[in-house]
Design a protein around this ligand. Structure first.
Ligand SMILES: *Cc1c(COP(=O)(O)O)cnc(C)c1O
Length: 233
């Protein structure tokens, strides 16, 4: 009982601390803190604790697995925005289109075409970001940097998708400064696309360990799980 109350308190406190760190990082970079949106990553977190976060002020939740997310979205009555941030299999596109407001992890044309087809059926336009694998790690999903521009051009032709930005996930480092080159690289890719006439508004980068560095380098979405909900089991 005591533990539970402590938990309830800590989610709210963690959230407020993260928001303060976001604001300070934005100020350091001479950016408007409102440009940076927090995606609270709730994978493995049960609905009651997600609700605590919503009551504290969280308005965007990030999930990695379609089936897990579906259960939670049904269980949570508050009106919040759900973003998909994990690897999406083409055969789950139908459900993803129904459940999520944005997909951060678009990584292939075949997935884009299937999402577009499903979004058309649902009569909606789905916001997507292209996930770019900058580290070349084979354990990570995402399109190669060299293929990102071509994928972006193709996605722009799909009428029921709205391409809003790029996402990346650097390798894990204890020292967040080591993520900085990856964030600079993603921003550089966005600028390169702008030169090619593709204007994107968003960069989804930065997690619990390195979101401040990501904000300094231009992140508009940070995806933070552990720093809000505590370590995952
Ligand atoms: C789990 C996850 C996060 C959040 O990671 P934390 O280190 O817990 O903040 C962010 N982005 C993606 C894609 C994830 O899978």
């Amino acid at each position: 009982m005591a533990d539970f109350r402590l938990n309830r308190l800590s989610i709210r406190e963690n959230y407020l601390k993260v928001m303060e760190r976001i604001a300070r990082a934005a100020q350091r970079a001479k950016r408007d803190p409102d440009e940076v949106k927090l995606v609270a990553v709730s994978k493995t977190v049960e609905p009651s604790r997600i609700q605590e976060a919503i009551e504290a002020g969280v308005s965007i939740l990030g999930e990695n697995y379609v089936q897990e997310a579906q259960k939670k979205i049904e269980a949570i009555s508050q009106k919040v925005s759900w973003h998909f941030i994990g690897h999406l299999q083409t055969n789950k596109a139908k459900y993803a289109v129904r459940l999520f407001d944005m997909i951060h992890s678009l990584d292939s044309l075949s997935l884009a075409e299937e999402l577009n087809r499903r979004a058309e059926k649902e009569g909606r336009r789905l916001k997507v970001m292209i996930e770019v694998n900058l580290s070349g790690e084979t354990t990570k999903f995402g399109t190669e940097q060299e293929k990102a521009l071509e994928l972006a051009r193709s996605v722009l032709l799909l009428r029921n998708l709205s391409l809003v930005g790029l996402m990346t996930m650097p390798p894990y480092f204890d020292d967040p400064e080591r993520s900085r080159p990856y964030f600079i690289q993603l921003r550089g890719l966005k600028e390169k696309m702008e030169q090619e006439g593709i204007c994107l508004s968003d960069l989804s980068m930065g997690m619990s360990n390195d979101f401040e560095v990501a904000i300094e380098e231009g992140a508009t979405y940070v995806r933070v799980g552990t720093a809000i909900f505590g370590p995952r089991k």
